[in-house]
Design a protein around this ligand. Structure first.
Ligand code: DP6
Length: 399
């Protein structure tokens, strides 16, 4: 019998970011392959504030593929997990057969154990599936020794996950092939391109979203003619304009398009039958606040965007962050006025003039916002080199 050198599991840990779309993806033309009805564009958020960490181990001693998410074992037979596992293994086999010496042939026949955690509460209602599937695919690829284009596999876990495979400003090109081979993410600009750009996540509600995006967009595709019009006649032009605004670092153009696109996405939700409401009264107050603030200064200094939930994501430039954060604090007085209202990148002090408060003219809404995460654009998935950070022990089970 040859010596068994594979008893010790082969373990890899990676991290991946959350992304926020400024041109929204909503609607599929193929549910199994997750092919969208329009292209979309997003900003990858910095992993110092928001990230998923995933450890993947392979060993000949593992009996079956298993997965633990945020401390709890989950069903590995979930079709989207199965798609990612199958596609990574398929790609690894293909590369090995093509003579790629990087592919770990031994582990190809082994089962995997996967353990994944987020550094932000899932209850905060932030899209965790994008970072989660991006991290899963990136980690699986590393453990099997596969490199190169992986966004087409991440897409099959969750559509928006393909955009989390890159840092900075990322487009997901819808493609038009039946097999989806051309429906991939691509970096438009790296995270270093626009260092003054800041992102504030206003966590409005800890409730879980009423209608998930997968089923919500299915109903929209079936019932909304506004969505069809949007996908065919509005988004193609906006993709070009948005790319231009980002390239030129034209904040006003970027901000106007971002708000319009968020509003059109929510309009398609309202045009869905039965209608879907993701925005609540806090979201609406944030929308008013932003428009009144911009009007007060006679220029577009701040933009909002909302996904399938009530949390606002705000874009602004560094120089406006202190005043805008203090405005939010004034118009949404938190329960405790302590430092923990603002998490992430530090925010300098600012005072609000009476003239500004009067000019805004809104009634404060106490406790409307739980907290703010202050962040910026960040890099794509990374390998964690420090083995003490592995989420699986050397026996392949969670710590
Ligand atoms: C509103 O990527 O979560 O956040 O592909 O069904 O997993 P599935 O949907 P998902 O949808 C995201 C929708 C959105 C807009 C966006 O991120 O582009």
């Amino acid at each position: 019998m040859p010596e068994d050198r594979t008893e010790q599991p082969h373990i890899v840990t990676c991290t991946a970011p959350v992304n926020i779309a400024v041109i929204k993806y909503w609607g599929k033309r193929n549910e199994d392959l997750i092919l969208p009805i329009n292209s979309s564009l997003s900003v990858t958020l910095h992993q110092d504030q928001l990230k998923t960490t995933t450890t993947v181990a392979t060993s000949r001693s593992f009996q079956e593929d298993r997965i633990w998410l945020n401390g709890k074992e989950e069903d590995i037979t979930h079709p989207r997990l199965q798609s990612c596992l199958r596609e990574i293994r398929r790609l690894a086999r293909k590369r090995r057969n093509d003579g790629d010496s990087g592919v770990d042939s031994a582990s190809l026949s082994h089962k995997v154990h996967i353990c994944s955690v987020n550094n932000f509460p899932t209850a905060a209602g932030l899209a965790s599936s994008a970072a989660g599937f991006a991290c899963l695919v990136y980690s699986l690829a590393r453990v099997f020794g596969v490199e190169g284009e992986l966004s087409g596999i991440a897409r099959q876990g969750s559509g928006s996950a393909c955009r989390s495979m890159y840092g900075g400003f990322v487009q997901w090109i819808m493609g038009n092939k039946e097999d989806g081979k051309d429906s991939l993410a691509q970096q438009v600009e790296p995270e270093t391109h626009w260092p003054e750009l800041r992102i504030l996540v206003l966590v409005a509600s800890a409730e879980r979203k009423p209608v998930g995006s997968t089923s919500g967009m299915q109903t929209s595709v079936k019932t909304s003619c506004l969505l069809k019009h949007r996908a065919e006649s509005v988004v193609p032009g906006r993709m070009v304009e948005m790319t231009e605004a980002i390239r030129k670092k034209d904040f006003a153009a970027f901000a106007e398009l971002t708000m319009k696109d968020s509003n059109q996405f929510h309009a398609t939700c309202l045009d869905t039958c039965p209608p879907i409401f993701y925005l609540n009264h806090v979201s609406q107050q944030i929308i008013s606040l932003v428009h009144r603030y911009n009007k007060h200064y006679g220029e577009t200094r701040v933009a909002y965007t909302f996904d399938a939930g009530p949390n606002a994501v705000i874009f602004t430039l560094q120089q406006h962050v202190p005043e805008f954060v203090h405005m939010v604090q004034y118009f949404f007085p938190p329960e405790t006025n302590g430092a923990d209202f603002i998490k992430g990148l530090p925010v300098n002090c600012a005072s609000l003039s009476e003239e500004l408060k009067q000019g805004i003219g809104l009634e404060p809404m106490p406790k409307g916002i739980n907290y703010i995460i202050s962040t910026k654009a960040g890099p794509g998935p990374r390998v964690v080199e420090d083995p003490t950070q592995h989420l699986l022990l050397s026996d392949g089970f969670p710590k």
